[in-house]
Design a protein around this ligand. Structure first.
Ligand SMILES: Nc1ncnc2c1ncn2[C@@H]1O[C@H](COP(=O)(O)OP(=O)(O)O)[C@@H](O)[C@H]1O
Ligand SMILES: [Mg+2]
Length: 354
């Protein structure tokens, strides 16, 4: 086995240098992802640090590493995965939120397309993958997040030190609904909404977060505008249902973010199709593929489709997001894939910006 004994640390690094991160298109060595190599031929133990714990291409990286090391006679490759999520840099005039590395906005121009459902499940999916996640309910006039997380409306109305995040399903949630008893109508004027959103972002003790997801109200509202201008949003995810009227509104949302110089990670098609649970027959209730086609037209990424599923609506009403309550369901799997895509888009964007 003289040949094996001759494998050196340098040989391993040279072989690993040929392995590219499939998203970032650069060598994992050059990207600084190889944190440790413990060589004991024919075994080797590696510590690889990803740019997100929700990396969708971990398996691909593993296969490529094994293939690169095999010619050296290294037949047992054990990888310990880690992740270090980088922070997006604020642009001029924007104020970073202390401890928050990245802000992801979930938006559309239409109500009822599933923004809040997507935002809540995206947050839970990223937390499940191991990220530190916060969620802001920025729908000031109709905060739904307490219900979607099974929390009592108004639970902090007696609080003397303002809003504090409540942790549930691994996510730190803040909602204006924490201050208002159920059913209280909120009539805010534009400038007040702007300042309320600013407070929701900046005056809350978030601690250290990899991702802060912001659930926006529909439309090019004061909330979205003031937030986009004030806080360093890393990127926006646009939710649409398949039908034309929804797609048109989603396209307006894309245009709005582009005008505000906020990158758009891509578009999601929600309620994309329905599989009848009793017969297995498929119905495209709102049509199908409209969002993907629009994404292509706009030259942005299509991040995935989520079926219309009874359990999604039940989970939202019962305060248990489907990714947590029914992780094996088609919708939950779709949202977890989308979460990986969003996290990967963010890593790519940061790499381009650095
Ligand atoms: N994929 C889905 N399958 C079933 N029901 C859904 C799905 N997405 C959203 N819903 C339901 O549709 C309604 C509107 O969703 P919501 O997330 O509140 O939309 P928005 O925040 O865009 O107004 C809610 O009752 C929600 O439970
Ligand atoms: Mg909503």
């Amino acid at each position: 086995m003289a040949e094996l004994a001759a494998v050196s640390h340098d040989d391993v690094m040279a072989a690993l240098a040929t392995v590219n991160d499939p998203e970032l298109h650069a060598s994992i060595v050059r990207l600084g992802m190889v944190k440790e190599v413990v060589l004991d031929a024919p075994s080797v133990r590696l510590k690889i640090e990803l740019t997100t714990p929700a990396c969708p291409l971990k398996d691909k990286i593993q296969t490529d590493i094994e293939a690169a090391l095999l010619p050296l006679g290294l037949t047992s490759v054990v990888i310990e995965w880690g992740a270090e999520v980088r922070a997006s840099n604020p642009k001029e005039g924007q104020k970073a939120i202390e401890g928050v590395r990245n802000i992801i906005a979930v938006a559309s121009n239409k109500g009822g397309v599933g923004k809040s459902t997507v935002a809540s499940n995206l947050a839970v999916a990223l937390a499940k993958a191991g990220a530190r996640v916060g969620l802001v309910d920025a729908d000031i006039t109709g905060p739904n997040m307490p219900t979607m997380f099974g929390l009592e409306q108004g639970l902090q109305r007696e609080s003397t030190d303002g809003l504090r995040p409540v942790e549930r399903y691994g996510v730190k949630l803040v909602s204006i609904g924490f201050l208002l008893p159920k059913g209280t109508p909120v009539v805010w004027r534009g400038p007040m909404i702007g300042s309320a959103v600013r407070q929701l972002l900046h005056d809350v003790p978030w601690g250290e977060l990899d991702y802060l997801i912001v659930d926006l109200p529909p439309g090019t509202s004061d909330a979205s505008m003031s937030m986009a201008q004030d806080a360093p949003i890393s990127g926006a995810v646009i939710v649409s249902t398949p039908q034309q009227v929804s797609v048109e509104d989603a396209m307006k949302a894309v245009a709005m973010f582009e005008k505000l110089d906020v990158p758009v990670f891509g578009m999601i098609e929600n309620m994309s199709y329905f599989i009848a649970p009793d017969t297995g027959a498929r119905y495209d209730i709102f049509g199908h593929g409209g969002a993907a086609a629009a994404a292509e037209d706009l030259g942005i990424d299509f991040l995935g489709e989520i079926p219309l599923e009874l359990a999604v609506r039940e989970g939202a009403d019962n305060g248990e997001p489907i990714v947590y309550g029914h992780p094996e369901s088609a919708s939950a799997l779709a949202i977890e894939r989308i979460a990986g895509n969003v996290a990967a888009r963010l890593s790519v964007l940061q790499r381009m910006g650095n």
